[in-house]
Design a protein around this ligand. Structure first.
Ligand code: AP5
Length: 210
């Protein structure tokens, strides 16, 4: 199998993070999530985190320069030599063009889910500080099954922010679907299936095309 340099596309709440964890475990590649990197900076109170929090809480995008710099540094690390999965990057055409200037993306996998479903998924999502994520329809406890930590709702998962995030997605990120289609590296999976079936669909797309 060739180097797996993957990009996950999909609306907020489509299941990118859920599937990225499983795919990275299966193919033994690092999971690089700009959302997770930014939230870690917020938690640590870094200057970047302080700047990012106000933007994220409004559902807007952090500036291209900042996230492009973060990703360029991260992809230069040794563990990315064998491949990687980008979750939440690129998110604008400018970010995609920048990525193409220093990396060659082998596949962009779009996890397609309709808007009503993503709103429902986000409304029911609960997080643990360890990174695990749950949905209230399938997990009713308020502590994490992995580490026992207290579950909480992400600040940007409140309904008023979700609407802004979806608007930003439709205007700035959805055009990436055509961008990668034009490069013939776009693969779309039906993200409305169960977690296991979405996973199986992504594995099939990767194994059939790489
Ligand atoms: P980020 O963290 O990337 O958020 P997002 O793209 O909005 O994606 P989410 O994490 O909300 O959803 P997901 O697709 O990972 O879904 P999940 O698997 O959790 O970004 C946050 C913010 O950071 C941005 O708004 C922006 O401000 C900033 N940012 C990040 N990257 C940036 C960039 N490149 N440029 C500029 N700014 C950037 O699943 C959701 C829920 O559904 C969970 O509860 C899960 O359990 C459930 N679920 C998952 N799959 C299924 C299924 N198949 N069936 C039923 N339920 C499911």
């Amino acid at each position: 199998m060739k180097k797996l340099s993957l990009v996950f596309l999909g609306a907020p709440g489509a299941g990118k993070g859920t599937q990225a964890t499983k795919i990275c475990e299966k193919y033994n590649i690092p999971h690089i999530s700009t959302g997770d990197i930014l939230r870690a900076n917020i938690k640590a109170g870094t200057p970047l985190g302080l700047q990012a929090k106000a933007i994220i809480d409004k559902g807007q995008l952090v500036s291209d320069d900042i996230v492009i710099g973060l990703i360029k540094d991260r992809l230069a690390q040794d563990d990315c030599k064998k491949g990687y999965l980008l979750d939440g990057f690129p998110r604008t055409i400018d970010q995609a063009v920048a990525l193409d200037s220093f990396e060659s993306v082998s596949m962009a996998i779009n996890i397609a889910v309709n808007e009503d479903e993503v709103v429902e998924r986000i409304a029911g999502r609960r997080m643990c500080a360890c990174g695990e994520s749950y949905h209230i329809s399938t997990y009713s406890k308020d502590t994490c099954a992995k580490c026992g930590g207290k579950l909480y709702q992400r600040d940007d998962d409140k309904p008023e922010t979700v609407k802004a995030r979806l608007d930003v997605y439709n205007k700035q990120t959805a055009p990436l679907i055509d961008y990668y289609a034009a490069k013939k590296t776009l693969y779309t999976v039906d993200g409305s299936q169960s977690v296991q079936d979405v996973f199986a669909s992504i594995v099939k797309v990767i194994d059939d095309n790489n």
